[in-house]
Every structure is written in C-alpha cells, then in structure tokens.
Design a protein around this ligand. Structure first.
Ligand SMILES: [Zn+2]
Length: 243
C-alpha cells in the first residue's frame, strides 16, 4: 500500500492465543458507554474520557496547511511540495486518532467484562449539520476497535438500539425531552445528572437484566461530579502489538 510517507505491507495472521469468551454467568463488571461530541465517551459509573487536546491541535494545523495549499498555483513545484505536506499531516492525524482509540479501547476492556454501546447510525447522523465533528471523532472506527480488543481478551461487547437512551430517565423511566444543547438530565423524580451519564446508565439497564452483576443499576448518585479519565500521558508501546 502506498501512503504519503512511503510503502507499507500488511499481513493477516491467525492468532491462536485469542482466548475463548468469558462465560456469561461469570461477567462481574458491566457498563454502558455513551459516545458524544462534548466528551469522547461517558460510562455508566460516571467516568468520562475527553477528546484529547493534541488531536484538536493537529487538526487545526492540518486546516491551516490546507488553506495554504489552496493558494498555490495548481501543479506548480510549490503546490506539489505543499500537497505532500498536507498528505503527511493527514496520515499523522489518522494515526493519532487510531492510537487514542486503542488506548480508550484497552482501558474500557480492562475495566469491564461487558460493554454495552449504542448501535449508532453514523451515516445518518453525518448528514446533519453536526457532520464535521461526528466524522472527526470517528465513533464508528472506535467501536470497531473496541470490539476487536474485547474479542482478543475474551470480554463481551453488545451494540443496542439507542432509541430513547438520551430521553428516558435512567431511574424512573419517565420521558424527559431535551434538545442536544441541554447537557443535564433533570427529572421530576429527583434525578439530576449529566445527560451522557444518564444515557450510559440507560444502555447498561437495557442489557444487563439477569446478569449477576453486583451493584448494577445502583450507581444512581445525583451528584454530577465525575471522574475524568485522561490519556494524555499514556504511551503506545505497551499496546503496540495489538495495533
Ligand atoms: Zn426520573
């Protein structure tokens, strides 16, 4: 495969070390994950992962270099030099994103035996005005990576119909209508939490019925204070074999 910075060869290998999946009745920890534009993801126990700053910065640089390219005379020597620069930046951004996705995937799979996520209609969402940010955070790519990492560790993932997850109250089930701009879920039953957290709880409730998970659904803490998981200082080396 030819890329902007050279030629690459890809191999497909059978991996005999892939374990058999954890038996369902041995699942001890489960979570729902809600992916969003504001935060990259939020779990049912209220942890959130932000979209990394370095990624936003690299994207800004890319946009700047693309504007420079637009001002060069087509197919001149300078145009070609700039076009190559832009192509390399594209690769850089794509690789940063992939690395970030792997970090988050490994963290999720290490933390939970079962991860429930929304089966998003990415192409449907991408046609709306939110298109740019949706394609940039690339949830679809992340969800695929997370599922692959889970298989590799014998963990479980489940995609579910997202209908109602952001509207319904995760404590009482009542519908609480809200636009995307409303970031807090505030229900007449007294539950006031971050909207993404409420969605993640709904996802967990959706699928975890009948599973022997201690404390499942018991996270209903009205405090919006949460822990933010940071991947800024992680280095890839430990996981590189799985990339
Ligand atoms: Zn409620």
């Amino acid at each position: 495969m030819r890329k902007a910075d050279g030629w690459y060869v890809s191999f497909s290998l059978e991996d005999k070390t892939v374990p058999t999946a954890l038996p369902v009745d041995e699942i001890k920890t489960a979570t729902g994950i809600d992916v969003g534009l504001e935060k990259f993801l939020t779990t049912a126990d209220g942890q959130s992962v932000a979209v990394p700053q370095y990624y936003r910065k690299a994207q800004a640089t890319l946009a700047r270099q693309q504007r420079k390219l637009a001002h060069k005379t087509a197919w001149s020597k300078n145009y070609q030099k700039q076009a190559n620069k832009v192509a390399k930046l594209h690769l850089h951004v794509a690789r940063q994103r992939k690395e970030f996705h792997y970090h988050v995937a490994h963290w999720s799979v290490n933390s939970y035996d079962l991860i429930i996520f929304e089966n998003l209609n990415i192409t449907g969402l991408a046609r709306t005005r939110l298109a740019k940010s949706i394609l940039d955070v690339a949830w679809g790519a992340f969800l695929q990576i997370m599922q692959a990492v889970a298989v590799r560790r014998g963990k479980h993932t489940r995609g579910v119909d997202p209908r109602g997850t952001s509207i319904n109250c995760s404590r009482c089930g009542e519908r609480v209508e809200k636009t995307l701009a409303v970031r807090v879920h505030s229900c007449s039953c007294g539950l006031v939490i971050d909207r993404d957290w409420n969605s993640a709880l709904n996802l967990l409730k959706h699928e975890s019925v009948g599973l022997p998970i201690p404390g499942c659904g018991g996270y209903l803490d009205t405090s919006p204070a949460k822990q933010q998981v940071s991947f800024v200082n992680l280095r890839c080396s430990r996981y590189i074999a799985c990339n």
